[in-house]
Ligand binder design. Sequence first.
Ligand code: NAD
Length: 340
Amino acid sequence: DLNPDEPSEALREEYAELSDRVREARTAYYVNDQPTISDAEYDELYRKLEEFEALNPHLVANDSPTQEVGGEVSAAFAPVKHLEKMYSLEDVFSTDELTAWLTRAEAQIANLPGAPKVQWLSEVKIDGLAVNLLYRNGDLVRAATRGDGTTGEDITHNVATIKDIPQKLTGENLPQEVEIRGEVFISSKDFRTLNEHIVEEGRAPFANPRNAAAGSLRQKDPQVTARRPLSMFVHGIGAAQGFDLESQSEAYDVLKSWGLPVSPYSKVLDSIDQVLTFIEEFGTQRHDLLHEIDGIVIKVNDRRTQFRLGYTSRVPRWAVAYKYPPEEVNTKLLDIRVNV
Ligand code: NAD
């Protein structure tokens, strides 16, 4: 007789297949910089896996893509252990879902001792490649990709060719040690010029700026990287020794004063309504910004509250990414062979 607690073979197979499809897409995207499906298709597949796991909690594997920061380390680069883990972000795909997420977070924060007031730092989600910069006494000593969140790829020499990224921080009272996280990207304008040149040379153009940025940065030869128009905006801090910050917005002011590139598109907001307006405004001008975005990131501004909410194995509990609905153009562009 069938034991009702024993998952059926068919269910196990369905689960393995779904997990494998997500893993394969991730390898194509993170390791080869050659996605095989569009971001919207990936998001849908990932959602399916999450829904399957919610319905079949007894099947959830510890190494499921939903339990880990997505990304692998290519053998082409030396591995680098981050001092503090780099995380992904929880995604929501509608304003209803976002409102529910923010309302839940506000209720949770109201229950913390002292019931701190919530302010939401809203900023654009840069469609680029996550990078970790390690500065010691103001000197850039190492740069790495996110990798699996714990271990990334050493891209120090490639990062040295990016003009936006200072080799030395400026100012007084520089920290002994600080990890700065941000996004390397190619601006929309530079992307058009780059692809025009590539087509003139008779080669296949890049499918989108994100691929172009990832392919350009993850090169064995830094001289190739040097010829690509890479930019960066920083949006977070990892390990930090020798200084303290009250809020995310204060962190941006400090990073800027050290000479680091900080996004012009962020705002501290006092209510969920203001967050929704921010999303609507950037939705209408998303293609007129300096770079492509794939959504909006909303973070608890207060650092102490961030610390108290903490992290899951994959994402912070104090931030969420709202993804704009997919646009036709992305899937069409993917038909073009991707250049690396
Ligand atoms: P994510 O891209 O949804 O969010 C996490 C990342 O956002 C962080 O690592 C950070 O570097 C970046 N980010 C950009 N702007 C930021 C800001 N202002 N503040 C904080 N972080 C910011 O999650 P993920 O795990 O990196 O990747 C999943 C996403 O990558 C998918 O939703 C999809 O879009 C894409 N993807 C696509 C494929 C594919 O096959 N097409 C495969 C894997 C992943």
